[in-house]
Design a protein around this ligand. Structure first.
Ligand SMILES: [Zn+2]
Length: 164
């Protein structure tokens, strides 16, 4: 019986492999990195429009439900907290999505037919789950505490400048 060489590639497959893309990633799996994040803090505050009464009184004495709090007497105030580095975690999965499409002429109603050229690199961490869990964008991951802090300071300053 003739032994079949499983490693032998068909000519078509060989061509595919020759043209295979060589991808490199910013981090390696098993690398420990800092993630930078910012949270939102929501607090319940007494409605300033009706002073917490839930109703407003017009000049003629007629009472209406406060349109700002819809009679709930409170509003939700959202504070955006500053960017800050989190303790290191371990990378366990990487997903790279590279798109390079000229799009289809005249098909601009849907995003998937529009021209697209970009590269996305996302990671999952062992500590927060692989497969399902949080996806971390490479732009928010840093090898050292110093790099992470520098980027946090930069983003906080930019956002501060924007607010002023
Ligand atoms: Zn109110």
């Amino acid at each position: 019986m003739k032994k079949k060489n499983l490693n032998q590639r068909s000519p078509a497959r060989a061509i595919c492999l020759e043209n295979e893309m060589k991808l490199s990633t910013t981090f390696n799996l098993g690398d420990k990195v800092h993630w930078i994040n910012r949270e939102y803090k929501k607090t319940q505050v007494t409605c300033p429009s009706c002073a917490g009464k839930g109703k407003i009184t017009l000049s003629d004495g007629e009472k209406y439900t406060c349109p700002k709090c819809i009679g709930r007497c409170y509003q939700i105030k959202t504070d955006i907290l500053k960017w800050h580095p989190l303790p290191k975690f371990t990378l366990g999965q990487v997903t790279i999505t590279i798109s390079d499409s000229p799009g289809i002429d005249g098909e601009d109603r849907f995003d998937n037919f529009k021209p697209k050229k970009d590269r996305e690199e996302r990671y999952m961490a062992i500590e927060t789950g692989i497969g399902s869990g949080t996806l971390y964008n490479v732009k928010d991951l840093f090898a050292t505490q110093e790099e992470a802090q520098t980027e946090c300071d930069k983003r906080n300053k930019e956002e501060n400048d924007k607010r002023e």
